[in-house]
Design a protein around this ligand. Structure first.
Ligand SMILES: [Zn+2]
Length: 232
């Protein structure tokens, strides 16, 4: 095939394998604990409302959203949206996802610094994700000297994507640890149930770690391409 002459393509394959392994693991763990009903019998929506109230947050509403794994907290409209699988389910997995999203709402209410930094990085990370590879490709196609400028610009923009994903890590880990603690503190889960929920949230967090690893491999590929171009 056309692409295979480029040996750095192996990095793309490794990155894809890491991402696939992480998402397979979270799917496996989630479906396992989606079948374990909590003793309290509270649904994801009920758990979210209780945690928010317990934290004194009254301006965030809990709504249902269609789709699979579409759960998220929207800081602009102050709405916590839970997917069909989470909203009405009382499994230890569902209340875990709900509590994680509450973690984000609490971060927002308390002005958690990594969340603010992450929010500020969104536009530049989007720009980087859209423009970095086209710039590098243009750089490879045009004449050597001006081409290097495009390649470097592409690499710098891609660094913004990596930075965004790195800042996402503390935001996600912190949301899970807050959520987990509040599930037991507010009486939604017993300790042994929370241990099961922790497995689900840890598997979910690993997908963010996998994204960082995949992006670092892509960055390495860009640097290798730039270096071989310099040598030619
Ligand atoms: Zn999250």
């Amino acid at each position: 095939m056309f692409y295979w002459w480029d040996p750095t393509y192996i990095l793309v394959v490794i990155a894809a394998l890491i991402s696939m392994a992480a998402s397979a693991r979270v799917n496996r763990t989630y479906s396992r604990y989606a079948g374990v009903r909590s003793t309290s019998g509270m649904t994801g929506a009920e758990a979210a409302r209780r945690i928010l109230q317990y934290q004194g947050i009254y301006d965030v509403s809990v709504e249902r959203v269609a789709g699979n794994l579409t759960d998220h907290y929207d800081p602009r409209s102050k709405v916590l949206r839970l997917s069909d699988a989470t909203f009405g389910s009382s499994s230890v997995a569902a209340v875990g996802v709900a509590a994680h999203e509450c973690g984000h709402a609490i971060q927002d209410a308390q002005g958690y610094a990594p969340l603010k930094i992450r929010g500020a990085l969104v536009p530049v990370a989007n720009l980087g994700a859209t423009l970095s590879w086209p710039l590098v490709l243009i750089g490879l196609l045009i004449s050597r000297n001006s081409g290097m400028i495009f390649i470097k610009a592409g690499i710098i923009l891609f660094c913004a994507v990596v930075l965004f994903q790195l800042v996402t890590l503390p935001v996600e880990f912190n949301a899970s640890s807050r959520g987990l603690r509040l599930l037991t503190e507010s009486g939604i889960l017993y300790q042994d149930e929370a241990a099961q929920t922790k497995k689900v949230l840890s598997a979910a967090a690993m997908t963010y770690v996998a994204s960082v690893a995949a992006s670092l491999l892509q960055l390495l590929r860009l640097l290798l391409i730039a270096r071989s171009r310099n040598r030619d």
